[in-house]
Design a protein around this ligand. Structure first.
Ligand code: HEC
Length: 108
């Protein structure tokens, strides 16, 4: 009887072992950054945070906003766009405060 099937089987086993061995060599996970101390928010950023929760969550979730990592410039664009959708509700002053708060969120 030929030994070929056995050799083929062993080859498959070896390949599987090599592949799974390689799969384990993942990039070392970067150490979780130490929780940054909550930055002190200015009074108007605190107001902005409240306004954001009150005014910006009627059409979509808060998470959809705060999970984003945007620069202050990009936040300014976003707030402008949203203001266009809700100009009757969002005054320039409130928009400014919201922007101030959003700019304190982590960005890339
Ligand atoms: C009148 C309804 C409405 C209000 C109020 C509103 N938004 Fe939006 N927002 C939308 C819609 C609709 C979209 C998705 C479509 C689009 O981008 O035009 C959106 C998208 C967004 C996005 C992008 C989300 C994504 O997944 O791309 C962000 C960020 C955002 N809004 C922030 C805000 C902020 C900040 C406020 C408060 C200043 C706000 N929104 C208030 C309607 C609203």
């Amino acid at each position: 009887m030929s030994k070929r099937p056995l050799i083929a089987f062993l080859a498959v086993l070896l390949t599987a072992a090599v592949i799974s061995g390689c799969a384990k060599k993942e990039e070392p996970k970067p150490a979780a950054p130490a929780a940054a101390p909550a930055a002190e928010l200015s009074a108007s950023a605190v107001e902005g945070k409240i306004l954001l929760g009150e005014l910006c969550t009627t059409c979509h979730s808060l998470d959809r906003i705060t999970s984003r990592k945007e620069s202050k410039e990009r936040w300014a664009e976003i707030v402008k766009t949203m203001q266009g959708k809700m100009s009757s509700v969002l005054s320039e002053e409130s928009a400014g405060k919201i922007l101030e708060y959003l700019s304190t969120l982590p960005s890339n």
